[in-house]
Design a protein around this ligand. Structure first.
Ligand SMILES: [Zn+2]
Ligand SMILES: [Zn+2]
Length: 336
């Protein structure tokens, strides 16, 4: 099969022919229809962050937002069949028996296997996956629409959920990109009053189209004053990695509110001020299968939709370069 392979860190992926994987007794073989391209794929191609680096195998087929049809099932697989369309997320497998798994925190399982990092991912014509962790995709969604929900979608969903926001409360989303445009819509389904913050007017217009109640251009408006005027937000979700976004979000959150760290975190948050204001700072590590089902249901019912453009497997390196330069709005998926 054709695959885009990471041979060495910091080198372009190599398009090459590799063997089609053979599913084990508890696995399924999937013919890939679409695979989203995520900023984590860039990080992996560059060696990943320290905690991830030791898990990355080489050579590696990256890609962890995979949707396709099952073409073969292992002999132990009962609940999925050939022809089913399923998705494979970052969380390739979790043990199911450790303390964290038993508490419903399978996304934090210390024994977890990671798609497109510790095992081969979806930048290929076929992928094998654990049947237990491959989730059916609603028929209403195209494969390229569904693919980004397996990382961007589930992460945005869990960020809104874990913020604890209640109907009628104020929630601000900082950064209206791939994750942010989904967070805006998901927060609306939770009944929150949504304030979108970005530095680009076209992204703010998109946020309004997607249901944001209010938008703030952080490069031309007085962000701090506007948030002070409304009494702050009960939850702030930062999907941007910029220090400026964190600095603004930190003071936009009202005392006792929640700051959700989603974009790559920056080091110098103001810890004494956290203590003074009893702010809760939380992060999300993608999500659980339960979160994944919830976000697929939202998209399947039309309550949210992922903005996605597509590219070919042969142009994967150009796509990664475009992503490095920040030229992708919404998400992008490789269409097979
Ligand atoms: Zn991802
Ligand atoms: Zn576990």
């Amino acid at each position: 099969m054709k695959a885009a392979v990471l041979q060495e860190f910091n080198q372009p992926l190599v398009l090459q022919d590799v063997d089609v994987p053979t599913p084990d007794i508890d696995e399924v073989l999937i013919k890939v229809e679409a695979c989203g391209v995520c900023h984590s794929d860039l990080a992996i191609a560059e060696g990943g962050w320290p905690q991830l680096k030791r898990l990355i195998k080489k050579p590696l087929i990256p890609g962890h937002e995979v949707v396709g049809r099952i073409v073969k099932t292992g002999s132990g697989v009962r609940h999925l069949a050939v022809g089913d369309r399923v998705g494979v997320a970052w969380l390739h497998w979790s043990c199911g028996v450790c303390e964290l798994c038993l508490e419903g925190l399978e996304n934090l399982c210390p024994k977890q296997i990671i798609t497109g990092a510790s095992v081969d991912g979806g930048f290929a014509e076929f992928i094998k996956a654990k049947a237990s962790h491959a989730l059916k995709v609603p028929e209403k969604l195209s494969s390229e629409e569904a693919a980004p929900l397996f990382c961007a979608g589930i992460t945005a969903y869990r960020a809104v959920k874990n913020s604890g926001v209640q109907p009628g409360q104020r929630l601000a989303v900082f950064g209206i990109g791939g994750l942010g445009h989904l967070a805006v819509q998901i927060a609306r389904t939770f009944g929150a009053r949504v304030i979108a913050v970005d530095i680009a007017d076209d992204k703010l217009a998109l946020a309004r189209d997607l249901g944001a109640d209010q938008t703030i251009n952080a490069s031309t408006e007085e962000v701090a004053k506007i948030f002070r005027g409304m009494g702050g937000v009960h939850a702030g979700i930062v999907t941007s990695s910029s220090k400026a976004a964190y600095a603004q979000a930190f003071y936009a959150v009202r005392p006792a509110g929640a700051l959700m760290v989603v974009g790559l975190p920056v080091e110098d948050l103001v810890f004494p001020a956290i203590m003074m204001r009893e702010i809760r700072i939380r992060s999300v590590a993608t999500g659980t299968r339960d979160d994944q089902r919830a976000v697929l249901d939202l998209a399947g019912s039309g309550a949210i939709r992922c903005l996605v453009e597509t590219c070919d497997l042969t142009s994967i390196n150009e796509t990664l370069d475009k992503m490095r330069r920040g030229e992708i709005s919404g998400r992008i998926a490789v269409k097979m």
